[in-house]
Design a protein around this ligand. Sequence first.
Ligand code: UT7
Length: 329
Amino acid sequence: MARYAAITGTGSYVPDKILTNFALEKMVNTSDEWIRQRTGIVERRIADEDMATSDLGIRAARQAIKMAEIDPLDIDMIIVGTVTPDALFPSTACYVQKGIGAKKAAAFDLSAACAGFIYGLDLADGMIKSGRYDTILVIGGEIFNKILDWSDRGTCVLFGDGAGAAILQGTDEPKGILSSYIGSDGDYSDVNLLGMPAGGSRMPPSHETIDQKLHTIKMRGREVFKLGVRIMPEAAQHALNLAGLTVDDIDLLIPHQANMRIIEAVGDRLGIPREKVFVNVDKYGNTSAATTIIALDEAIREERAKPGDLVLMVTFGAGLTWGSTVIRL
Ligand code: UT7
């Protein structure tokens, strides 16, 4: 009998502190009007200085565990998609394991930038289908505010902090992940296209890297924009094909929340009406690996996505990486 990975619980957490566009006007040469028009972002959340990504992930995971009605000891594996881990090592996933008391779980981080959560889902799906694991916690979480250059208006207005979590469990019912597709193209791995140059083995921390602000995000926004608009519809269509479905079957599209103009372009290119496209980039900005799972959790809790609905999720990020999935809730 075919085995499926059902999503039995979701959760999300964003910090309380809100940073509005108007507050940013006082920090950098920008305007609320520019940010709204070019990105759709109105405000974003900022984690406290003493918070790390695992602190957000733990809060999101607890909600997902509650919704799934499982014991943390039932969790076999924890995957955390993040590019802002608590430390380079040990993994953020191990801190989450401790925080939620999932003592029987294997735990590791996954680096696929904004595609981290959907990469994690794909992996979890395969692990569950293999029969070796039954219950997997997948988290996408980031604290971007600590790696932003707050003097670079081209990036600091775009990102925010947050985390989302999903519990996947094996089932014989044809639900959960119906199809999943991930890909990458290292030809676009230029760290200045989208990335953080220093802090790794290529450019370890030094006084120079700090003076030159190389521990912060660099991005050539316009190029990344074009790539997103091209890659996400292709990836979404691929996941639909794999599932043997068409856009007309889809109840809700959840695209990566980076920019309202990209979101609209992806929906339009796929031919999905605007009312079926989930948007929360206005509230949170781009939370990288967390955007799609925070959105899915909100969609479920707001009943925009109900049991039995078909949800199409698609994302892209640094690397380049991309991923898409069709889920029956
Ligand atoms: O998770 C994936 C990662 N990232 C993305 O998906 C982001 C993709 N890119 C984007 O969202 C857009 O390219 C941006 C929002 C970053 C920029 O929008 P754009 O329409 O591509 O603007 P642009 O970079 O072409 O810049 C237009 C103008 C420039 O001024 P000049 O050269 O025309 O005088 C910029 O200097 O806007 C200026 N500008 C700003 N002005 C006010 C750039 N950032 C700002 C700002 N406030 N924050």
